[in-house]
Design a protein around this ligand. Structure first.
Ligand code: ADP
Length: 442
């Protein structure tokens, strides 16, 4: 940021329009001289008082109402040029600086006159006096700028940039008419300046795309079991009507497909419920040791069926965190279930509570679920918590997965201000670790 930009070195501007009162004020010295003459004529040359007063009043009328001579108009033009040279004033600058979006004030030639803090942060070291096109390269924006300069009408435009990453922008290009100038008085004609306000809409677009992708994925996931169900219904009504063996087999498959639809709908509802309260931090305090024991016991039959041992490494006392018990049970259940399903080949799963606090601090607990299975290739790790993302779709479906388990885990942990960390490499199993903040954290 340049020093000159924000220092209040600009003199106070005179934005008064040329009203009779203002003209009288501007001509106060002429009026004073006229008053002296009138007084001298009355006192020294015996001119009658009413005549002297009338003479003064005629002078005052001339100053206030008579059209100005070309010289005064030239003076006004010089004054307006001067105003434009010094503008934007301090008031305008502090206002533009307070806006969170990048803003530029430029004159009709496209020369930047002011750059707010957000714009300096976003577009780097730019100075007043640099052409706007130094930092704003989007052709559609520069064309809109030219149109606003020649028409005086505001415009809103959108554009995308592909480099370095795909980004979406919206800009409002507005004419600025200065109060002291002719265009400012009429509020139309050619603008004295143009204000460009740029909004980065990338995050918003990304969220919109995520939402539409989610709906598309969810419909796709539901459509497959639905198609299978209606196919079997048709077969049972037609060719397999009188075949009890086929009927039994088909009904079993139909039940499985209905179960898949139910699990998917349950997970979608669960996700939307968590999203609804994403910004509300849980206020209750819960014991992670009790949650781990409860979940281990609940999943004992599954672990037994898969031939996997679940080991727990928890402290003797309690491990208290701010949290919602049901949601944290859901996190622990999803993570242990995944470890059993995808890492069961290692024969054991460890659930540990690690105290990450430095000595003297409040306890900072981390819940770590480790398996000793095949592990996950590195390229999949950053995307695992995306909705419907699976390393291997077939194995997920075979394991009755919906592809939403880790997305739910991530959302719940976000609400708890906790952070999920995933460590894994092929052949070395996987560790999913949830870092909880200490209970005193606001
Ligand atoms: P799913 O319902 O498919 O289990 P998740 O969101 O729970 O969905 O998991 C997403 C994907 O992450 C899974 O399909 C699986 O490929 C992978 N994954 C999750 N946990 C593990 C693990 N412990 N070991 C290996 N892969 C895992």
């Amino acid at each position: 940021m340049t020093e000159t930009q924000h220092s209040p070195t600009y003199p106070a501007m005179d934005y008064r329009p040329a009203s009779p009162a203002n003209r009288l004020r501007d001509g106060r010295w002429q009026l004073l001289v006229a008053a002296c003459f009138a007084f001298g004529a009355w006192a020294g040359y015996d001119v009658p008082l009413p005549v002297s007063v009338l003479g003064f009043l005629v002078m005052a009328f001339a100053v206030a109402f008579l059209p100005r001579r070309a010289g005064s108009r030239r003076l006004e033009a010089v004054k307006q040029r001067e105003l434009r040279r010094m503008w934007p004033g301090t008031g305008m600058k502090v206002t533009v600086d307070a806006l969170p979006a990048p803003c530029f004030v430029a004159d009709g030639r496209g020369i930047t006159r002011y750059i707010n803090k957000a714009a300096l942060k976003r577009y780097g070291d730019m100075k007043p006096g640099d052409p706007l096109s130094f930092s704003l390269r989007a052709p559609s924006l520069l064309e809109a700028f030219d149109r606003v300069c020649s028409s005086g009408e505001p415009e809103r435009i959108n554009w995308t940039e592909k480099v370095p990453t795909e980004s979406w922008f919206e800009a409002h290009v507005s004419p600025v008419f200065m109060p002291g100038t002719a265009s400012g008085r009429s509020g139309k004609g050619l603008p004295d300046f143009v204000l460009v306000v740029i909004q980065d809409q990338t995050e918003q677009r990304r969220l919109e795309r995520m939402r539409t992708d989610f709906v598309a994925n969810a419909s796709h996931e539901l459509r497959t079991p639905l198609a299978s169900l209606s196919g079997f219904i048709e077969t049972l009504q037609g060719p397999a009507r009188d075949d009890p063996t086929a009927r039994e087999r088909f009904l079993a498959i139909m039940q499985e497909q209905a179960g898949r639809m139910r699990r998917l709908i349950d997970d979608i509802l669960s996700l939307s419920r968590i999203e609804l309260k994403a910004h509300v931090k849980p206020s209750a305090q819960v014991d992670l040791v009790e949650i781990i024991r409860h979940t281990r016991d609940a999943l004992a039959p599954v672990a037994k069926e898969m031939g996997v041992t679940v080991e727990t490494e928890v402290p003797d006392g309690e491990a208290i965190v701010n949290g919602d018990r049901d949601e944290l049970i859901q996190v622990t259940e999803n993570l242990i279930e995944n470890a059993l399903k995808y890492g069961g080949s290692g024969g054991r799963v460890t659930v540990a509570l690690e105290d990450e606090s430095q000595s003297g601090d409040d306890h900072k607990w981390a819940l770590a679920i480790r398996d000793y299975g095949e592990g996950i290739p590195a390229e999949h790790l950053p995307r695992l918590t995306e909705r419907f993302y699976r390393v291997n779709a077939d194995s997920s479906r075979a394991m009755k997965g919906t592809g939403l388990g880790l997305a739910i885990v991530k959302h719940i942990l976000n609400r708890h201000r906790a952070r999920l960390e995933i460590e894994s490499s092929p052949g070395n199993g996987a560790t999913f670790r949830a870092h909880f903040p200490p209970i005193g954290t606001p």
